[in-house]
Write a protein that binds this ligand. Structure first.
Ligand SMILES: CC(C)(COP(=O)(O)OP(=O)(O)OC[C@H]1O[C@@H](n2cnc3c(N)ncnc32)[C@H](O)[C@@H]1OP(=O)(O)O)[C@@H](O)C(=O)NCCC(=O)NCCS
Length: 152
């Protein structure tokens, strides 16, 4: 299903099965080993998965009880470094608070400076590392594990 690029408000659409091809195409712009449409479809079969998509990007999370984990976030290339990623995270925090989520976790590649800065700006702190967790085209890379506690 195509996305409406004339919509300038920030009301992302829930990521559902018809958007999996679009989600995969967007993911290809941000990752060395992007998720296929089939990967998005499999993820969406899990009751814990929740995601959103719009013409600015996508965000996919797992939500179990009072915890969420960011599984992936990707802003469309032409829209990066304009505050979109931050806005997506603010949107997530609003959703999380409304659903009694108290902690949000994520993992980010050590060498992904834009993403690490984005997460730090949004209040995430490092809580650990996973050695050689990510495979990239230039070799393996550690994951930085981060968390944010949501206040009222
Ligand atoms: C990471 C990503 C989501 C950031 O989205 P974005 O819309 O560009 O981020 P924002 O414009 O909201 O920037 C927020 C902060 O991140 C940092 N940042 C963003 N782009 C940056 C860059 N190219 N270099 C350094 N820092 C950067 C800045 O600190 C910025 O805050 P500031 O503008 O006040 O300085 C985006 O670059 C992306 O989609 N990358 C490819 C996919 C990816 O790596 N996802 C994360 C996987 S963990």
């Amino acid at each position: 299903m195509a996305l409406d690029s004339s919509d300038t408000s920030f009301l992302p659409t829930r990521l559902t099965l018809p958007f999996c091809e679009t989600a995969s195409a967007l993911h290809q712009t941000g990752f060395d080993f992007p998720w296929s449409a089939e990967s998005f479809r499999s993820l969406l079969t899990l009751p814990s998965t929740i995601g959103w998509i719009d013409e600015t990007g996508l965000l996919v999370c797992s939500h179990v009880c009072d915890e969420m984990e960011i599984l992936t976030i990707c802003v469309a290339p032409a829209q990066r470094a304009q505050g979109r990623g931050f806005r997506w995270l603010m949107f997530l925090f609003e959703y999380a608070r409304a659903h009694q989520v108290t902690r949000i976790f994520l993992e980010v590649a050590e060498n992904n400076t834009p993403a690490r800065r984005l997460y730090e700006k949004a209040g995430f702190s490092e809580i650990g590392r996973r050695k050689n967790y990510y495979k990239t085209k230039s070799g393996f890379c550690d994951a930085v594990c981060m968390a944010k506690t949501l206040s009222e």
